[in-house]
Design a protein around this ligand. Structure first.
Ligand SMILES: Cc1ncc(Cn2c(C)c(CCOP(=O)(O)OP(=O)(O)O)sc2=O)c(N)n1
Ligand SMILES: [Ca+2]
Length: 528
């Protein structure tokens, strides 16, 4: 008879999943034993790294990724990753081994107490099957739910004695299920929405991560060109949904109510696609919209639509709806938006380099279709002003702002995109949260170029302290860390550079190395 384990691996194969990201414990061994030869296991040395790599892989492939963690302690170590995956609408199935059913009641070591509660509210669903025979249905349900709109992480806790039990013959039907979401506008609704856009005198488009997740960037370009509308990126951006080199591109919106309304002053219609309204960060109260402006949100997420504090919302397939609008909207009479003033390229400077200079050097030297995975938090604005990102899937940032995302996610994105160069731009503070990702990159020869921006401080917090007028705050400096020694310790080639020429030479060398490497560059603290 087919065992629960065999049927589960067959289910994973049917979903195109043959990679497992994880860190094992005794509860997980019966799931992993006799590991099938057509699967690969990517070992992470910490569960925050396992879920981060899987998140990068899931976002870059656009398909569900599977993570296997150790009971409660492993799940707990991954909670920062759940926060980012939840906000990013990342399709993840996270499984954790549970103690043997015969002992759970007396709570021996490694019992995952109240397992289904542990990851909430950062999962779409969490479940521990009541019987071993229910595991295949639970796995099938988790796989479908993780990718159905709005995509997101789901959690399964599975007692380790379930895997060897025989599967019920009827559960083999699960292998043939085809489940998909439709979600286009009906023709009438598309015409009505297009008419509303055509009636507006001065529309503006605000794009969010789910446009890039749907790989519908080119429809957003067509719509912006038909409407002759400027395009802003929704605040706290975890992805890049529109080419930063396009003449309609205006930049990243600030993450504040007053800041956004000020910048959108004069527009009578704000079309938001693929973003919550809005992912604010600093509290700077003001009108939610400029006077006279209406807002329409297109989102795949019913909760984003329901919780928006203003405007109208349509829940559906962001890709299909943007494509339909781009096909339906008539060419606007008005003049096309003029390109924005991009900042002048920085000149070669003395050490320590400004972060702008490092960004300019990377943008000049990297392949045009390079992918940036960012966790240098005080240089986000400078990146959005300077980097030329044109293809879909060119930029990733932790969607909940949870540090420890980018180093592992860069490994996951590079595994998913072997033909594009992934560059991880990491602050010297952020670099410590998931630093063991360097070992997994070295062990699997995943050729990410890690650039550590060393300014010796938590730069973004210094900026935020000034916003909050918080004086005399301790714990904001991170001096005396040797990332070259750390990287070398995890088996990765690394170099420290301080000057323009040294960085340019090291970066060019790293791009050609065909293996992972780390460059630690001294930078002046950005918060002027
Ligand atoms: C898991 C976690 N811990 C702490 C923070 C708080 N935090 C911290 C500690 C930041 C400073 C990061 O410093 P860095 O060196 O990585 O980059 P910059 O110097 O460019 O800001 S930014 C920020 O929001 C966080 N976002 N996530
Ligand atoms: Ca720093």
């Amino acid at each position: 008879a087919t065992t629960i384990r065999d049927l589960t691996y067959d289910l994973l194969r049917r979903h195109g999943i043959t990679t497992i990201f994880g860190n094992p414990g005794s509860n997980e061994l019966p799931f992993l034993q006799d590991f099938p030869s057509d699967f690969r296991y990517i070992l992470a040395l910490h569960e925050g790294v396992a879920i981060g790599i899987a998140d990068g892989y899931a976002q870059a492939t656009g398909r569900t990724a599977l993570v296997n963690l150790h009971s409660a302690a492993g799940t707990g170590n991954a909670m920062g990753g759940f926060a980012n995956a939840w906000n990013a609408h990342s399709p993840l199935v996270v499984t954790a081994g549970q103690q043997i059913r015969a002992m759970i009641g007396i709570e021996p070591l490694l019992t995952n107490l109240d397992a289904t509660t542990l990851p909430k509210p950062l999962v779409k669903w969490s479940y521990e099957p009541a019987r071993a025979e229910d595991v295949p249905l639970a796995m099938s349900r988790a796989l479908h739910l993780s990718s159905l709109p709005a995509p997101g992480p789901v959690y399964l806790s599975i007692p380790y004695d379930d895997w060897a039990k025989p599967a019920e013959p009827e559960s083999l039907r699960l292998l043939d299920r085809a489940v998909s979401a439709a979600g286009a506008l009906d023709a009438g609704a598309a015409v009505a929405l297009a008419a509303r856009l055509e009636r507006s005198a001065n529309p503006v488009i605000v794009l969010g991560p789910d446009v890039d997740a749907a790989r519908t960037n080119q429809h957003a370009v067509r719509l912006a060109e038909r409407l002759k509308a400027p395009v802003w990126i929704a605040p706290s951006a975890p992805r890049c949904p529109f080419p930063t080199t396009h003449p309609n591109f205006r930049g990243l919106l600030p993450a504040s109510m007053a800041g956004i309304s000020r910048l959108l002053e004069g527009h009578d219609l704000v079309l938001v696609a693929g973003a919550p309204v809005f992912r604010y960060h600093q509290y700077d109260p003001g009108p939610l919209l400029p006077a006279g402006a209406e807002l329409i949100q297109i989102t795949c997420d019913p909760d984003e639509a329901a919780r928006a504090p203003m405007g109208d919302a349509i829940v559906g397939d962001v890709g299909l709806i943007l494509a339909a609008l781009a096909d339906t909207v008539c060419e606007a009479e008005r003049a096309a938006p003029q390109p924005r003033e991009a900042p002048p390229r920085s000149a070669p400077g003395a050490a320590p380099l400004t972060s702008e200079r490092v960004l300019d050097l990377m943008d000049d030297l990297a392949p045009r279709d390079a992918i940036y995975v960012n966790e240098s938090t005080s240089t986000i604005e400078a990146m959005w002003e300077r980097m030329r990102w044109e293809k879909p899937g060119s930029y990733y940032f932790g969607a909940a702002g949870g540090l420890g995302f980018a180093m592992p996610a860069a490994v996951g994105v590079q595994l998913a995109e072997p033909n594009r160069q992934v560059i991880a731009v990491i602050g010297d503070g952020s670099a410590n949260y998931s630093v063991t990702a360097l070992w997994t990159a070295a062990q699997n020869n995943v050729p990410v170029v890690f650039v550590i921006m060393r300014n010796g401080t938590y730069g973004a917090l210094r900026w935020f302290a000034s916003v909050l007028e918080a004086e005399r705050v301790p714990g904001l400096d991170v001096p005396g860390i040797d990332f070259v020694a750390i990287a070398t310790g995890y088996g990765m080639e690394a170099v420290r550079v301080d000057t323009d020429a040294a960085f340019a030479a090291a970066f060019a060398r790293a791009l050609k190395a065909g293996k992972p490497s780390l460059i630690e560059v001294a930078t002046a603290c950005h918060t002027a």
